[in-house]
Design a protein around this ligand. Structure first.
Ligand SMILES: C[S@@+](CC[C@H](N)C(=O)[O-])C[C@H]1O[C@@H](n2cnc3c(N)ncnc32)[C@H](O)[C@@H]1O
Length: 194
């Protein structure tokens, strides 16, 4: 057992999902930003990394028209996601995006890769971003939704610093031909193109 558990893998996330922990729901404002920045999928492939219980993957698939795969390292999260499918919906894959073989995913390249409330938890952010770049099709979009440290109005210092640091925000936004951002209260959304 390592002294500190990685926050980018199943040892950290599976117990949280299994114990009933849930995360911020998609709201109408976030859906409007996606419609504006991502546009219609037209059946093109999308990959939602760290898909959790599947809300974003289902939205991409059913509302925006992307042929979506949700990948998560937590079997409990994926079981929740799959249980909500009443008909043909997203494909679900259990994998660790930081270490597993990316060629095992259903498509070799994705028009859209999304990552909602996940980037912050990646221990090796440069390595994670390299792997995402390998998954993006030419002209594709990487959509990231993340908290920014210091954006919360709270006197609790631990909660105030929830989110990514300015250095991690700069790392995320560096090396793309197009960088668009939009703020959603304490969250920032990024639409990044290679
Ligand atoms: C804060 S939750 C967000 C879930 C979902 N994206 C949402 O917006 O509700 C972070 C998710 O990332 C997943 N995750 C963390 N590290 C991962 C990894 N290395 N590979 C795949 N999924 C991972 C966790 O299991 C968890 O479901």
């Amino acid at each position: 057992m390592p002294l500190t558990t990685s926050t980018a893998g199943p040892a950290y996330w599976e117990p949280l999902w299994a114990a009933g922990r849930r995360y911020r729901r998609l709201c109408e404002a976030e859906k409007r930003l996606m419609a504006e920045h991502l546009g219609p999928g037209g059946g093109r492939p999308a990959l939602d990394v760290g898909s959790g219980d599947g809300s974003l993957a289902r939205h991409l698939h059913h509302e925006l028209g992307y042929r979506t795969t949700g990948v998560d390292c937590s079997p409990s999260a994926l079981a929740l996601a799959a249980a909500q499918d009443t008909g043909p919906g997203p494909a679900w894959r259990c994998a660790d995006i930081t270490t597993d073989d990316l060629s095992a995913l259903p498509d070799a390249a994705y028009a859209l890769v999304t990552c909602r409330l996940v980037y912050r938890w990646m221990d090796d952010k440069p390595g994670f971003l390299d792997r995402v770049r390998r998954l993006l099709a030419p002209g594709g979009t990487f959509w990231v939704v993340t908290g920014l440290a210091g954006r919360r109005t709270t006197t609790d210092p631990a909660r105030r610093e929830l989110g990514i640091s300015p250095a991690d925000a700069e790392l995320l936004a560096t090396g793309w031909s197009v960088v668009r951002t939009a703020d959603l209260d304490v969250l920032r959304c990024y639409a990044l193109r290679p």
